[in-house]
Design a protein around this ligand. Structure first.
Ligand code: FDP
Length: 325
């Protein structure tokens, strides 16, 4: 028989090796429990009729699905019962979510990202970033740049995969086994050989991108395969395995100017910074529309948006030159 190392075994070893506290383990246990719970609801959602619309619209103007609400409720429940989280910032909540005054961590999350896949039962993401409360000083600010995160991760639901990056300790991927444990930590590094690299972006939006981005695509599109699932965690999961670049550029040339999104579409704190952090720990890079590292962007509001170019360094560096020119 073959036995695999479990995610908890991995964390215990990691914490011991780095002389860290057990608080982070408790938080990770809460996030993993939430992900398993969401995965269960997602898998059974079609049967139970849980995947339709609630009739509400969220802070971003998106229709709220029943699954969004279920995933939010589950995540807040587990974060609260962990006792380790002071505040959470969620895609599903307009305001900051107070969790536990004595908590040590800020958690930024999107419990069900990629909602257009939900009615089809196709992959969605549960994405999170974690920053530590400043326990020694007076400043306890939740608007943290990605560079300040201590960890970031994404579950691709319902595929049973979990990718986690730990600050200065690499990016790791886990798979769920027959007992519903995440097991077999596998170190992820973006492949250096460009042969299998892929590009991922919503090609229908192409005419709406800046001229610089449109010409970059025209110069590069025949060199790489093109893949787009339409859920950031699922698309970026591929990018990380195969190498290449995922992008969601700013929309600046829409025929209906009201539909332009010069700030980009993705949310900075629980989408763009999460995948940029994961990518950075796997040897890659992530930049915004100005070509600046996403991890350096200081958020000014909870639901700030960002354009995103993330993946293998040579490609991100190349598009950065175009963005800056
Ligand atoms: P969605 O709007 O379906 O929730 O930011 C959310 C997100 O999905 C990402 O997961 C995904 O990468 C992107 O938006 C998809 O947007 P398009 O439908 O415009 O391609």
């Amino acid at each position: 028989m073959q036995f695999e190392e479990t995610v908890m075994g991995f964390f215990l070893n990691h914490q011991e090796k780095h002389h860290r506290t057990y608080h982070f383990l408790i938080l990770m246990d809460a996030l993993i429990s939430a992900a398993k719970h969401i995965e269960h609801y997602y898998l059974t959602g079609t049967l139970k009729g849980n995947i339709g619309l609630t009739g509400n619209v969220n802070v971003h103007g998106d229709d709220v699905l029943q699954m969004d609400q279920i995933a939010q409720e589950i995540t807040v429940h587990y974060l609260r019962s962990s006792g380790r989280v002071i505040h959470a910032i969620s895609e599903e909540s307009d305001e900051i979510v107070p969790i536990n005054e004595d908590g040590r961590y800020f958690v930024y999350f999107d419990p069900l990202d990629g909602s257009s896949n939900v009615p089809h039962g196709l992959p969605v993401g549960f994405m999170f970033g974690i920053a530590k409360r400043n326990l020694d000083g007076h400043e306890d600010y939740h608007l943290r740049a990605g560079r300040d995160y201590i960890a970031a991760g994404m579950f691709v639901i319902p595929t049973g995969t979990f990718t986690l990056a730990l600050k200065d300790a690499g990016t790791w991927r886990f798979h769920i086994d027959e007992t519903m444990e995440f097991v077999r930590p596998t170190r992820m590094m973006l492949p250096e050989n460009p042969k299998g690299w892929e590009l991922s972006f919503n090609s229908a939006n192409r005419p709406t991108y800046s001229k610089a981005v449109q010409s970059w695509i025209a110069r590069n599109e025949t060199k790489y395969a093109f893949r787009y699932i339409g859920a950031l965690a699922a698309d970026f999961h591929r990018t990380l395995s195969t190498g290449g670049m995922f992008m969601y550029p700013a929309i600046v040339n829409h025929p209906d100017p009201k539909k332009n999104r010069p700030q980009g579409k993705l949310r900075l704190m629980y989408e763009a910074a999460v995948v940029s952090f994961i990518c950075h720990e796997a040897g890659g890079n992530g930049v915004d529309e100005t070509g600046s590292p996403v991890l350096d962007v200081q958020p000014r509001d909870l639901h700030q948006r960002s354009a995103l170019y993330v993946g293998s360094k040579p490609l991100v560096d190349d598009i950065t030159r175009s963005l800056k020119s």
